[in-house]
Design a binder for this molecule. Sequence first.
Ligand code: ADP
Ligand code: MG
Length: 268
Amino acid sequence: MLLSLATQEGIIAAEHIPADSPLALRGMTVSYGEKPAVFSVDMTIQEGAMTAIIGPNGAGKSTLLKAALGVVKPLAGHVTVFGQSLKSQRHRIAYVPQRASVDWDFPTRVLDVVLMGLYRELGLLRRVRRAHVEKAMSSLDRVGMTDFADRQIGQLSGGQQQRVFLARALAQSADLYLLDEPFAGVDAATEKAIISVLKSIKDEGKTVVSVHHDLATVRDYFDHVFLINTRKVAEGTVGEAFTEVNLHKAYGGRLATAQMDQLNLAAI
Ligand code: ADP
Ligand code: MG
């Protein structure tokens, strides 16, 4: 009885997941204590698009990414990556965590941070070959950081560290990039550099999903949005889903009308 139910559920769930979606979550619930941080969330990411995950502080945005990566264990729900199990496709995902969550209290060279992105290619012996160094250097080049290859990561500015983390993700040659607030606390030049790299990743047909804080840049930077406040509020193209009504649903009274007026929202 239980088995047949499980099988049936599996079939029902599979029917609702487009096989070409790089990342799909179904019924995702995550809780650290009594109150869920993410509740029963369905999310379907479009291939080749740039999707912003938007919502107020504590809305569960970081938790959602961690659940997608299998870093936190959900109470319920499941993840598919390119229509298959997370485990079998995990190597196709690159993750750039929220910078504040990374604490470099031991000395690590910038080049070595980027080489960490190549751990799968380095093999069991972790032997770094010339080709690996070249790949890492070319990733650093894409983010304008080759001059810093020998520096200690802890000595760099926040913006420079963020570029290095992006270089590490690039070195992985992933198909799906998950980033958690990559623009938080970075200088304007770094923001420009990062968005231009993300757009070039997208132009290569890859998929970018990023937690994003600054509502004013959503229209310029992203094609799709996913609004969350513990539960899903809305998902869709910026034109469909980045609306005043949905922002009110997600943020409640936390967004002033004056702020809304500046967002040039879809007129729905
Ligand atoms: P966001 O990224 O949208 O700001 P988070 O996913 O970080 O939100 O957090 C969602 C909720 O879960 C918050 O209430 C937060 O305090 C809580 N939370 C996040 N991480 C932990 C943790 N490791 N232990 C306990 N509670 C956590
Ligand atoms: Mg967060």
